[in-house]
Design a protein around this ligand. Structure first.
Ligand SMILES: C[S@@+](CC[C@H](N)C(=O)[O-])C[C@H]1O[C@@H](n2cnc3c(N)ncnc32)[C@H](O)[C@@H]1O
Length: 258
């Protein structure tokens, strides 16, 4: 494992081990259209606080029906996304996988849903048989991986023919074309590719006060300054570079054709 991967693993291990609040269920930047006429996603009141983070999952799954499907989420974090999918979208099974043991433990303890389970594992060596899943979901996690090609090859292996990879993450603008090539490197065929930087930035602005409050209340004081960039709070590198165009937030849906 490279140094970068060790750093990410340590960071996510510490976060779930030290910040155990079950109400903190998501770790993504969110998605919101800046259009008053945009259809409003139905959510129960218990999920309303996580609206923007959930809308990012709804965006990546747009056009992919997971009713009755076996779904794998790679990089499931604190389990909020896998739980939402299992409770709202009717998959047969939902498996959340993460390499942070503390995040998997927190998810097992706190998240409930029909057919929902969590396992520890590495995106680059998925602990599943070939052709085990109909859909693989990957949200804001792949920037941590040492090899995007190895991850995509593993996804292609565990997907059934006709199955989908739905993906979203941020990248430096200079790496966008390479990332699109990496996603197609194992024969998966792209059926939708979008640049959602504007929608993610809009969500970050709408959700900034809430997230800043959570950092103030939940992150131990000595770590708050270091955590602000990870949370993408106002004035930190990612929202600034996204606004400047030097970092882009991308999404893509790919299908395993055979
Ligand atoms: C920014 S969080 C996103 C979590 C979740 N998808 C969400 O939207 O709330 C990234 C997650 O990816 C996980 N991760 C990073 N590298 C991984 C790897 N090689 N294998 C599995 N999980 C990994 C981290 O532990 C972390 O929980």
């Amino acid at each position: 494992m490279g140094l970068r991967q060790v750093a990410w693993r340590t960071c996510y291990e510490l976060l779930a081990a030290r910040v155990r609040q079950p109400e903190w269920a998501f770790m993504n930047y969110g998605f919101a259209r800046d259009e008053p006429t945009a259809a409003r996603l139905h959510l129960e009141s218990v999920d309303e606080a996580d609206r923007y983070c959930i809308q990012l999952y709804a965006h990546v799954l747009d056009g992919v029906d997971i009713g009755g499907a076996d779904v794998l989420e790679v990089g499931s974090g604190r389990g909020g996304g896998a739980s939402w999918m299992s409770r709202y979208l009717g998959p047969r099974t939902t498996t959340g996988l993460d390499f942070a043991a503390s995040a998997v433990a927190l998810s097992r303890r706190e998240r409930r849903g029909p057919g929902l389970t969590f396992v520890r594992g590495d995106a680059q060596a998925l602990p599943f048989d070939a052709e085990s899943f109909d859909v693989v979901v990957n949200v804001e996690s792949s920037h941590c991986y040492a090899s995007m090609e190895t991850f995509v090859s593993e996804v292609s292996r565990v997907l059934r023919p006709g199955g989908h990879l739905v993906w979203a993450d941020l990248r430096d603008a200079v790496d966008v074309a390479t990332t699109r090539e990496q996603l197609a490197s194992s024969g998966l065929v792209s059926v939708r590719a979008s640049d959602i930087t504007e929608e993610v930035l809009h969500a970050m602005r709408l959700d900034d006060a809430r997230k800043a409050g959570l950092v103030r209340d939940w992150i131990p004081r000595p770590f708050q300054a270091a955590f602000r960039p990870l949370g993408g709070l106002d004035g930190t590198r990612n929202p600034q570079e996204m606004a400047a165009g030097t970092v882009r937030y991308l999404s893509e849906t790919l299908v395993r054709v055979r």
